[in-house]
Design a protein around this ligand. Structure first.
Ligand SMILES: Cc1ncc(COP(=O)(O)O)c(C=O)c1O
Length: 340
């Protein structure tokens, strides 16, 4: 399918105007010379709404429109205390006149004075519940609160952690179309696309878009935590197929379509490593672009390793999909590690 035909399928899903699109597509001139590869970047760190954008804004366009259509007053979502998704949800809610309620697991114990995303959550005056790192316990507590509020006559809307639902992934089907149109105009056709993957919602949208467009560009999805790869790919394939089905198409993906890279997140989620530190500093010092220690820095580390070690064929054209997250450069020292 052509991108305008895919966009036609997306048209029946309303979007709230919570971001700035298209985001820029840029060539990384100095790094391309230095590494002997054709490197480009898609700047989804510039999705808006405010200063701190990121990949979740693409998904939130659809969630916010759905919440408003359903007459919601409160929007609940979930993540770690330094969740980019939670912060962007708080931003989008305030832009739409909705009340954000955030359930945040203390994977890393927050400092007494809130830092980074947790500080911004406070500035947005989100209702914040910091809970122990127990996913089921967190959901149970939130569902109890939702039941209480609804019994009092309030309407609540729930967005899963990371915005991982087919409705949100539509944002990255559209992102895929945006990239193809821009790349064609720029005379660039990526062979490989590196991006960070967490909840899998971004990956599902990109993979759905790729499938519909018939593109051969390979998605290189860099994991950010200790997920079991076989199960992770199964879940990502399921979410992709649900997204394709939501769009009303018969196209489907198989697990063999996915490349899930697990060598770059160690020792764990929100835990720094030396390769990521170097990747963050290299991109900043050569191109003036910031990535973060939890997501986009780990994905860029994966890209660098593939380019330098010859894991990609010579002359490959490589795109880095920047998914945002640079607020984490101001997070707790355990998260930032030894960047400087
Ligand atoms: C900066 C950044 N990059 C990538 C991701 C991963 O996106 P997804 O949850 O859609 O897999 C996240 C998720 O929180 C993120 O904050």
């Amino acid at each position: 399918m052509k991108t305008n035909e895919i966009r036609e399928l997306l048209r029946r899903f309303p979007k709230a105007p919570v971001g700035f699109f298209p985001t820029p597509l840029q060539r990384l001139d100095r790094l391309s010379d230095e590494l002997g590869a054709e490197l480009w970047i898609k700047r989804d760190d510039f999705t808006g709404i405010g200063l701190f954008g990121g990949n979740k804004i693409r998904k939130l366009q659809f969630f916010m429109a759905d919440a408003l259509a359903k007459g919601a007053e409160y929007v609940f979502t979930f993540g770690a205390t330094q969740s980019n998704h939670a912060m962007q949800t708080a931003t989008a809610c305030r832009r739409c006149g909705l009340k954000p309620v955030l359930y945040l697991m203390s994977v890393v114990e927050p400092d007494e004075f809130p830092r980074a995303n947790l500080l911004l959550d406070r500035v947005f005056d989100a209702e914040i519940h910091i809970v122990p790192p127990d996913f089921k316990g967190m959901l149970d507590a939130a569902h109890e609160q939702i039941a209480r509020l609804e019994a009092e006559g309030h309407k609540c809307y729930e967005i899963p952690g990371g915005g991982a639902a087919p409705l949100g992934s539509l944002g990255y089907v559209e992102g895929w179309c945006e990239l193809l149109d821009q790349a064609e105009a720029a005379g660039f056709a990526p062979d490989f696309i590196f991006h960070a993957t967490g909840s899998g919602g971004t990956l599902a949208g990109l993979m759905a878009g790729r499938t519909l467009s018939g593109s051969k560009a390979k998605l290189m999805s860099v994991g950010v935590g200790a997920d079991e790869p076989v199960q992770y790919i199964k879940n990502a394939a399921k979410l992709t197929n649900e997204t394709l089905s939501l769009l009303g198409t018969d196209a489907r993906v198989g697990e063999g379509d996915f490349t899930f890279l697990t060598d770059y997140y160690g020792p764990g989620y929100e835990q720094p490593n030396a390769g990521t530190d170097e990747a963050i500093k290299l991109l900043a010092s050569r191109e003036g672009i910031l990535v973060d220690p939890v997501y986009s820095g780990k994905a860029f580390y994966g890209l660098l390793d593939h380019v330098r070690s010859g894991k990609l064929p010579k002359g490959s054209r490589v795109l880095f999909w920047h998914t945002g997250g640079a607020t984490s450069l101001f997070a707790e020292p355990e998260i930032i590690g030894k960047i400087v």
